[in-house]
Design a protein around this ligand. Structure first.
Ligand code: GLU
Length: 484
């Protein structure tokens, strides 16, 4: 295959998981690096678990992460439709080809009969492999079974394909991430490729789609390795070119168990709702397997793409360190242009009446409160005193001192001369305030504590000059009078 074509093929049985996001990202990076195409295909063969809500969530999440697909839903392309349920009429033809070539056969076993086979295997402490009971049925046998009202499924004959294309029962391939992988195919049961209701199973539909869409490289989680052996034999049986495969290690929680809801957010949209920036998320997710050739971990997707080598992806599992994600998110919050951050932050201030500030003031407010944030939702607490009268409980001790009372009374005396029209003027006014009390032996820090405590109910926080400017004279007078 000359052109590099990769794909992400999510099953819409849930919101886009960070694990799928990482697989999507590595495919996207591989395509970018190799001037290839990145394709999105929705694998909804399991109708019961599929919902439109999840499909929309997958689209929105991939777009939010900047993982825009070159071909697929909404975008189109030569090999669509890109939703399996819209492709159902394609698959029987290829099942028919396999039947004719002798690589597949009709299976009339009922669920009860199959259950009994499995039961027996369990009793004998053996791994279950289908008995091949139906592989050599004559036309007469089939006619009789049909007359009983049975509808056949179609099974793939592992042994026939293996014998036709390989010297012995070992099937091996060179994985782009994990190196040589092999499997004794005698241990793989003949599996159903078309169900009796005429719909394809995952392992069959995925091969037909990847073949028709000319997918050259399949990069996905290592939980698919056992499927890959089955799929390779189907390609071979159809006489199709086998793509290259690369299997990524799993993403584990900090306690090394499977990452799940009990550890925290797992879906991209959940992270966004909690206040993670998608740029930070995509950067963090890249580091689950990939590491930069220099020591700088904070990188844009374009920078990562330049540095990306699939052969350097770690073949082992990665740990999803929420703490590290928080740190990284904080870095992105600090460096994002404030006009851009504004749109991301606003939803987290919806509890407050923001209309008392102009947009320019809100931008300044964000600028002076973003420093300590690790996730955007923290702004609700950190910026509270700009919108609501402060709770003074925690600073009561400070406010009760003689020094504080003096400072606050003095502020009321001089505040009419303060230059509220500019931060620089307020800056100078505050310097004068400190000087005034320093002459009386009071530390500048104490003077500022008194004022900050009265205005915010806290001992630390945003830049004082900016804070004073934003609150404005009337509000400051009101807050100080309340304290005194
Ligand atoms: N629909 C499969 C999944 O979500 C895709 C597997 C594959 O990439 O082949 O796991």
């Amino acid at each position: 295959m000359t052109e590099t074509r990769v794909r992400i093929a999510p099953s819409p049985s849930g919101n886009l998981h960070v694990g799928t996001a990482r697989t999507a990202l590595f495919n996207y990076l591989y395509a970018k690096k190799n001037n290839g195409k990145f394709i999105l295909r929705i694998e909804d063969t399991d109708a019961e678990r599929t919902s439109q809500e999840y499909i929309d969530n997958i689209f929105d999440s991939l777009k939010a992460l900047g993982l825009n697909w070159d071909e697929g839903p909404d975008v189109g392309g030569e090999y669509g439709p890109y939703t399996q349920s819209e492709r159902f009429d394609l698959y029987p033809k290829y099942a028919q080809i396999l039947l004719e070539k002798g690589f597949a056969y009709e299976c009339y076993c009922t669920p009860e009969e199959l259950e009994a086979e499995k039961e027996l295997a369990t009793q004998n402490k053996q791994a279950y492999v289908y008995s091949k009971k139906c592989e050599n049925l004559t036309d007469d046998d089939k006619a009789k079974l049909k007359a009983e009202g049975r509808l056949p499924a179609i099974r793939f004959s592992i042994s026939k394909a293996q014998k036709a294309f390989h010297e012995n029962n070992i099937l091996a391939f060179d994985d782009m991430v994990k190196g040589n992988l092999q499997q004794d195919t005698d241990l793989i049961g003949d599996f159903v490729i078309m169900k009796s209701n005429g719909t394809p199973t995952y392992n069959f539909a995925v091969v037909i789609d990847d073949m028709l869409m000319k997918i050259s490289h399949i990069i996905r989680g290592e939980d698919h390795i056992s499927n890959t052996f089955k799929q390779i034999l189907i390609y071979e049986a159809l006489g199709a070119e086998v793509p290259r495969f690369g299997h990524l290690g799993m993403i584990l929680a900090p306690d090394r168990s499977k990452l799940s809801k009990r550890h925290g957010a797992t879906a991209v949209s959940e992270f966004v709702e909690k206040g993670y920036l998608t740029d930070a998320l995509v950067n963090f997710v890249a580091l689950l397997g990939w590491s930069p050739s220099d020591s700088e971990e904070i990188k844009t997707v374009d920078e990562i793409a330049q540095d990306f080598e699939i052969s350097k992806i770690s073949s082992s599992n990665s740990i999803f360190e929420y703490d590290k994600l928080n740190w990284m998110n904080g870095q992105y919050i600090k460096k994002m242009p404030v006009e851009e951050l504004y749109d991301y932050i606003l939803p987290f201030l919806k509890k407050y009446d923001i209309s008392k500030y102009t947009k320019a003031q809100l931008l300044r407010l964000i600028e002076i409160t973003r420093e300590p944030l690790t996730i955007l939702s923290e702004i609700e607490y950190d910026a509270q005193y700009f919108f609501e009268k402060p709770d003074l409980t925690e600073v009561q001790e400070i406010l009760d001192t003689e020094v504080s009372k003096n400072v606050l009374s003095y502020v009321l005396d001089v505040i009419n001369s303060w230059g509220f029209d500019s931060e620089e003027k307020i800056h100078d006014d505050l310097a004068q305030l400190r000087e005034h009390f320093k002459a009386q032996g009071i530390k500048p820090k104490e003077t500022m504590w008194a004022l900050r405590s009265a205005l915010t109910g806290r001992t630390r926080g945003a830049d004082m000059a900016a804070l004073v400017c934003l609150l404005g004279k009337d509000e400051i007078i009101e807050r100080i009078k309340k304290v005194l």
